[in-house]
Design a protein around this ligand. Structure first.
Ligand code: NCD
Length: 311
């Protein structure tokens, strides 16, 4: 058995609304730890958390590592491209070797969808999905929801627009999953070529015009244009994309005065957001980063309290 009840976080589909609320509540308490002079609590003393990252990542990896360290766990980083994967060893073999050294939690990022599930099924330690292909990035969605809840006091009933490269975005998929469950009204805004067909079945509205979402939105969540995942040409030109889907100070005038501007990072400045908007008063991008540590502390803490997997 795998999933949230058994100590894994693979995607948000197996979390209930109450589970998500529990993560948000727990993160609230942990947020304070990072503001202390001594930024450490003993909750996970003696536990070993391994980061198995097979895709470039800075902020997510650092965020997990800080979260584990602030809970007093021992951490280990395995960068797959520089290790034996190059000698033909499969990721599963490598993970089994890590498991044989008695670690307690494996955090995995991989370019292929489903890798976290495969590891969770095969291994006894808990597995956290830190991003698998275009499929899911549950901890990002949880930290985004935490930020919305903290800033606006609720998620239920809010108008949240998710804008940009939805097709290639695991962040969008996980946020749709979580936000719809929490009772938000979600509208996706993307060029036709970057909108996954049939996505409206997940309880979201769709549009291809930024002007449709700007005046009503309480939250504008921008997605990075995933240049590295675009094998084919999806767009006539970046310039045209910016013109229709990029947010500038001028366009922001059509939005609510206190709208939240969010982005999972890294921002392509001048593409999804102009520099002024990215650094402007509506932007909560760096708060998302701060909250990421608290939310990942909460996730680790809660997962270690779950049932043991029986394989
Ligand atoms: C996201 C990712 O890697 O999925 N970034 C992140 O986790 N900080 C978003 C992205 O790369 O576009």
């Amino acid at each position: 058995m795998i999933g949230w009840k058994y100590g894994d976080l693979l995607d948000l589909s197996d979390l209930t609304r109450e589970d998500i609320e529990r993560v948000i509540e727990t993160a609230k308490a942990f947020k304070e730890v990072s503001t202390r002079d001594i930024k450490k609590v003993p909750a996970l003393r003696g536990k070993t958390v391994v980061m198995l990252f097979a895709e470039p990542s800075t902020r997510t990896r650092i965020s997990f590592e800080l979260a584990a360290k602030r809970l007093s766990a021992d951490t280990l980083n395995v960068t797959v491209s520089t290790s034996s994967a190059q000698k033909g060893e499969t990721l599963l073999d490598m993970a089994k070797n890590i498991e044989a050294m008695n670690v307690d939690m494996i955090i995995v990022r991989h370019k292929s969808a489903g890798v976290a599930h495969v590891l969770a099924r095969a291994l006894k330690p808990g597995v956290i999905n830190a991003g698998d292909g275009c499929r899911a990035h549950p901890t990002q969605a949880l930290l985004d929801m935490f930020t919305i809840q903290e800033r606006l006091g609720r998620i239920e009933g809010l108008n949240v627009a998710i804008i940009g490269d939805v097709l290639h975005s695991r962040v969008a998929r996980s946020n749709i999953n979580g936000l719809v469950k929490m009772g938000a009204h979600v509208t996706l805004c993307a060029p036709t070529t970057l909108m996954p067909p049939g996505i409206e079945k997940q309880g979201v509205a769709i549009t291809h015009k930024l002007d449709d979402v700007l005046p009503r939105a309480d939250v504008l969540m921008f997605l990075r244009l995933q240049k590295e995942r675009q094998e084919e040409k999806y767009l006539p030109s970046i310039r045209e994309y910016v013109q229709h889907f990029g947010l500038t100070t001028e366009k922001l005038k059509n939005a609510k005065k206190d709208v939240l501007v969010m982005h999972p990072g890294p921002v392509n400045r001048g593409v999804e957001l102009s520099a002024e908007v990215a650094d402007g008063i509506n932007s909560v991008i760096l708060e998302q980063v701060t909250n990421g540590v608290a939310v990942r502390m909460a996730i680790l803490y809660l997962l270690f309290g779950k049932k043991e997997k029986v394989s």
